[in-house]
Ligand binder design. Structure first.
Ligand code: EPZ
Length: 418
């Protein structure tokens, strides 16, 4: 298995171009089942995207990837497709469950593997199924599969989510797309990735509007046959490199971003004392001598994202005093803590809250990645630690970060894969 070797204490400086968002691409790929001809640009070439395109090919779509241009073309002229999403393709990438809504609303039946849990939590899909049942689907769970049926088609209705879920909101939007009449979803997740999915579906001819946490979907008779769409930038990748710049800059400038979408993250980094320069589509940060402690809680957008919790924790190990992070979204998202402690971090966990004491000198160690964002937090720690850090199981990293080591090498980091 491949590893990453990171030499610490190197001053980073340079420019980083942010890739397209993995978490916007995945639901939009699922939505491509509803179209005939789709061209997606600014697609991040990361493992999860290829797992999803493998699933779409298995279902029956034609998929062409132009790696050099970060382009994916999908075509689906089929009146009938394979409505099965098998365990082998859903288990490694739980967003595969998002094809459920698309297949059901267009082909009236679907058999999709339950995605199962992962390192950060059990990751149930009860809220997804709750919404589909409200739209009139008959749902059965058998042998680890979701059997969904809607012989007469789905019917629009009012649905209030008992709790906020990104995936359940996405699946409900996809299922409601062809449901008769109007569907009003409330207490929805409204992440920028969901807004990008809605932009894509409206290009397809949909009529979907967001009002606060309410999303209204009106079925449209005529859909466009083919559409082009440029995937929104990856705000989590952007936030990750902002932390890298504050930890180990010189000066890091990230490009191809929409700063207003990162408002919460920028405010929090400024509260910790970071010097941040905002451009039209760029953000510049540099290392700060003194970082201030801070208490934060992870929340659904527009709050502080759980996907940046591990990265911010590394920054807090260098802040003066006791910082706190309350993880409200996932039940087991502190897997990076034991590894950071092996590098010298002073962190204690109590009731879903991490207490981080700083500043502490980190020293390089051999560490293990456990999930996508935990793995990148260990890269950040390696950048600021004394000596060398070896990161194992970097397949976790490859699921969601495009050309990470090249982007960091271009900013003078000493990092190599072997
Ligand atoms: C999406 O996961 C993202 N993945 C996650 O990013 C992200 O951390 C998460 O949203 C929260 O922002 C993709 O977009 C592919 P949820 P999702 O449904 O949709 C519970 C990354 O690192 N829940 O908003 O699975 C759930 O257990 C990944 O890129 C139910 O109880 O997240 C969790 O505690 C990691 N029942 C909470 O809701 C359900 O039916 C939020 O989960 C669904 C979710």
């Amino acid at each position: 298995m491949q590893k990453l070797l990171i030499k610490g204490k190197r001053k980073l400086s340079g420019k980083i171009s942010i890739s397209g968002s993995k978490n916007a691409t995945l639901p939009i790929l699922a939505a491509s089942i509803l179209a005939e001809q789709v061209k997606l640009s600014n697609v991040p070439l990361v493992k999860d995207i290829f797992t999803m395109t493998d699933l779409l090919k298995f279902i029956g779509l034609k998929v062409k990837v132009e790696k050099k241009k970060n382009l994916i073309e999908l075509t689906n002229y089929k009146k009938k497709i394979n409505t099965l999403a098998p365990y082998k393709l859903v288990k490694t990438m739980r967003a595969g469950v998002l094809v459920l809504g698309s297949i059901l609303t267009k082909y009236k039946k679907a058999k999709v593997s339950l995605p199962g849990g992962c390192a950060i939590g059990t990751r149930p899909v009860d809220l997804h199924l709750f919404a589909l049942k409200k739209l009139g689907a008959k749902i059965k769970i058998k042998d680890g599969y979701i059997l969904a049926d809607a012989k007469k088609g789905l019917k629009g209705t009012k649905i209030r989510f008992p709790s906020i879920s990104v995936g359940a909101t996405e699946n409900a939007i996809l299922a409601a797309f062809n449901a008769k009449g109007e569907t009003i979803l409330s207490n929805c997740a409204i992440e920028p990735e969901i807004q990008d999915l809605i932009t894509f579906l409206n290009k397809l001819g949909g009529k979907i509007k967001i009002f606060g946490r309410k999303i209204i979907i009106k079925r449209q008779r005529f859909l466009r046959k083919n559409i082009n769409h440029r995937i929104i930038f990856d705000r989590i990748e952007a936030g990750t490199y902002l932390v890298a710049g504050i930890l180990a800059g010189g000066k890091i400038k990230i490009n191809d971003v929409k700063p207003r979408i990162l408002k919460c993250e920028i405010d929090i980094l400024k509260k910790m004392g970071a010097k941040i320069k905002i451009g039209k589509s760029s953000i510049e940060v540099k290392k700060n001598k003194v970082l201030k402690k801070l208490n934060i809680s992870t929340k659904p957008y527009p709050g502080f994202p759980t996907d940046l919790q591990a990265q911010l924790m590394v920054l807090m190990t260098q802040a003066e005093g006791l910082s706190k992070i309350k993880e409200n979204i996932f039940e087991n998202r502190f897997m990076h803590v034991p590894e950071l402690k092996r590098m010298g971090a002073k962190i204690e966990i109590k009731n879903k809250t991490a207490f981080i004491f700083g500043p502490t000198k980190l020293t390089g160690a051999e560490v293990m990645a456990t999930d996508l964002r935990a793995s990148v937090s260990l890269v950040l720690a390696g950048l600021v630690a004394e000596n060398r850090t070896i990161l194992n199981r970097i397949y976790h990293l490859d699921r969601g970060y495009e050309s990470l080591e090249n982007k960091l090498k271009n900013c003078k980091a000493k990092i190599k894969r072997y």
